[in-house]
Design a protein around this ligand. Structure first.
Ligand code: TRP
Length: 414
């Protein structure tokens, strides 16, 4: 396993964690997302700075060709917009070689908001389209350290969040969900230590922006999020095979973890994980970053009642519409900043209807009240469906998903 180490191959831009807000420069780390001068995130700049690639139409068409499934709206609409070596995963898949999916959640709050559903909805689509195994990491340890929550509390939240994740519809045969506090040990921990030996303190400071005053748990954590990228962390699923590729769907703020992982991989004789990365879901108040679960007015939660949803959208969703009806009819809405329009791009499946709304609202023929009413309808339906699905997830179902067990190999990989 201990191969001689070639020089670090993956470029590691510095985190520049200090002074984002005041200096007006954009800061994106796994723990802080703040836009530049205008408040919005410059995604082109991010792709360039991180060194990932833009997803292009040809690659989306290739996904459709290989799976025989129409691309998910998140792909068609550029919500998942960047990648690292997705082409290699597709090449392997085309040759009948297996891969698996890996995603995760840091359980820091009881209720998930709409933004939290995005990677899971997309991962479910990938799992169904490619029929591949999936591992989902619940980083209760991470949230215990970063949110300063008691161990017991983050363990409880991990289990509660697990129900919401299962409610997204994952295939029980092909999905293993684990919480770090329970699962880290054995083969997984061996990988954690292997990875940790590849990364210096200077590197984690550079990648994540840690400072001398941070407790040492923070510097020790990144290998724990890296380890699921390697199939040998799951011997019950993959035995000791090292030739199974990993594809990670995530929001682009998680990229630093996986840059570090990709850097370590070849030095351990492992394949680098591939990534498919999304934009952030805007707060109700507008585009300037991620939503905060602790500010109830910034997001719609999956536990909100239809009345809550209507109230929040009508009261807080930032509008790009005109100040007065006359002005609106005259100039139309500014779609670039309009939150109801952005949310519909995430959640309205029907392409034609979406295009019609964009035309009508953009031209001022549709009013802010009308687009908000449409959004209330679409979001209420998703939330109600989610609640009904979650109500069916019993503790036994959670235990079944969280039990290490073999996956049906033959069926999966032919
Ligand atoms: N760090 C992530 C969070 O705070 C959780 C996570 C763990 C994750 N592993 C992942 C997210 C893999 C995406 C992909 O939410």
């Amino acid at each position: 396993m201990a191969e001689p180490a070639p020089p670090a191959a993956e470029p590691q831009p510095a985190a520049s964690a200090e002074g984002g807000e005041e200096s007006g420069t954009q800061v994106v780390t796994p723990w802080e997302v703040s836009g530049g001068q205008e408040g919005g995130i410059d995604y082109d700049k991010l792709v360039e700075q991180f060194g990932c690639s833009k997803l292009d139409d040809a690659m989306i068409a290739r996904v459709e060709r290989l799976t025989g499934v129409k691309a998910h709206p998140f792909l068609r609409r550029g919500i998942f917009f960047a990648h690292r070596e997705l082409d290699q995963v597709l090449d392997a898949y085309e040759k009948g070689q297996p891969f698996y999916l890996y995603t995760g959640r840091g359980p820091s709050s009881e209720a998930l908001h709409m933004g939290h559903l995005i990677p899971f909805q997309f991962t479910k689509w990938l799992q169904d389209a490619f029929k591949v195994p999936l591992v989902i990491q619940l980083t209760d340890d991470e949230k215990c350290m970063w949110k300063n929550l008691p161990v017991e509390e983050t363990r409880r939240l991990a289990r509660a969040n697990c129900k919401d994740i299962i409610a997204c519809g994952f295939d029980p045969q092909r999905t293993f969900i684990f919480a770090d506090f329970d699962y880290v040990g054995g083969a997984f921990y061996q990988n954690v230590v292997r990875i940790a030996k590849c990364v210096t303190l200077n590197q984690v400071r550079g990648i994540f922006g840690f400072v001398g005053e941070d407790h040492i748990g923070k510097a020790a954590f990144p290998p724990v999020q890296a380890a699921p990228s390697f199939p040998t962390s799951f011997p019950h699923m993959f035995g000791d095979r090292v030739d199974i590729r990993c594809l990670i769907p995530c929001a682009i703020d998680q990229d630093p973890y996986f840059r570090m992982t990709r850097d370590a991989a070849p030095r351990l004789g492992y394949l680098k994980p591939a990534l498919i990365e999304s934009r952030f879901f805007p707060a109700l108040q507008g585009e300037s970053g991620k939503m905060s679960a602790s500010d109830p007015t910034s997001s719609i939660n999956v536990t909100d009642t239809p009345k809550d949803i209507k109230g929040k959208i009508n009261k807080y969703a930032f509008s790009g519409g005109g100040e007065t009806v006359e002005e609106h009819r005259d100039k139309g809405a500014n779609l670039a900043v309009d939150v109801p329009w952005k949310y519909l791009n995430f959640f309205l499946d029907d392409d034609e209807e979406l295009a019609r709304i964009g035309r009508e609202y953009g031209a001022g023929r549709m009013l802010t009240g009308e687009i908000k009413a449409k959004l209330v309808e679409v979001v209420t339906e998703i939330v109600e469906r989610h609640k009904a699905a979650r109500a069916l997830v019993t503790d036994d179902v959670v235990d079944a998903f969280m039990t290490p067990r073999p996956m049906p190999w033959g069926e999966l990989f032919g």
